[in-house]
Design a protein around this ligand. Structure first.
Ligand code: PGA
Length: 233
């Protein structure tokens, strides 16, 4: 299982150092088989910790698709490589809400692919698309122009209506969408949207589910540890 943690704009360098120490100790003792953790902290927390285990790594929540240049306020590839970052989130709904359209998402994907980075590509519909039963068509449009055979691609299905609400999508909905995605790509498929210690065991049993992308339930280290443990219960 892939346990991806999206910290969003939470954690300082100091608080993440403490978090990483506790999580690292837990992880070194954990009976991991194919399990892996990827944490997406804020950029400023990158140098706050040293992760020793190969099966736990850091990724970037965002980047501008250039090595460097005149892009005020952006973080580019040169800065990420200084921290050894080679996993990135692309297409998260909160970035899309800030103005990243499908074209820009594709440009970021292409750039990341050229860098051979691992890309966690987020797709997901809002409540209107969901209510109208048009989710598959919508996801299809979000995936247009994305190389679904890229070997370092991971796709996270994150329905916007489930993110941050405390209510994950029902298992049958997740199952239907992961089945649909699995017919299009061999990329590992994650689910994200209010995943927590109470629902993780049910979610990870869904066919084609290779892991989860966790927001709020990952921000406190004990909550994230409880979630990982509960996935095996
Ligand atoms: P959530 O966030 O777990 O708080 O719903 C998930 C995400 O935004 O990736």
């Amino acid at each position: 299982m892939i346990f991806a943690a999206n910290f969003k704009s939470n954690h300082s360098r100091a608080s993440f150092k403490e978090y990483a120490g506790i999580l690292g100790d837990f992880w070194s003792e954990f009976d991991k088989k194919d399990d892996e953790i990827i944490i997406f902290p804020p950029f400023s927390a990158f140098c706050g910790c040293a992760l020793k285990d190969k099966k736990i790594s850091l990724g970037a929540q965002n980047f501008y698709p250039a090595n460097n240049g005149a892009f005020t306020g952006e973080i580019c590839a040169d800065m990420l490589s200084e921290f050894g970052i080679n996993s990135v989130l692309v297409g998260h709904s909160e970035r899309r809400a800030l103005g990243e359209d499908d074209e820009f998402v594709r440009a970021k994907f292409e750039f990341a692919k050229a860098k051979l980075w691992r890309v966690v590509l987020c797709v997901g519909e809002d409540d209107i698309v969901h209510m109208n039963g048009n989710t598959c068509e919508f996801l299809e449009s979000q995936l247009e122009g994305i190389d679904l055979a890229y070997e370092k691609l991971i796709i996270a299905y994150e329905p916007i209506w489930a993110i941050g609400t405390g209510k994950s999508a029902k298992p049958e909905i997740i199952a239907e969408i992961l089945e649909f995605l699995s017919l299009k790509t061999k990329a590992p498929l994650l689910y994200g949207g209010s995943v927590n210690a109470s629902n993780i065991a049910m979610i990870t049993q869904i066919p084609h589910c290779a892991g989860v992308l966790v927001g709020s339930a990952s921000w406190q280290v004990q909550s994230f540890i409880d979630l990982i443990k509960a996935s095996k219960a």
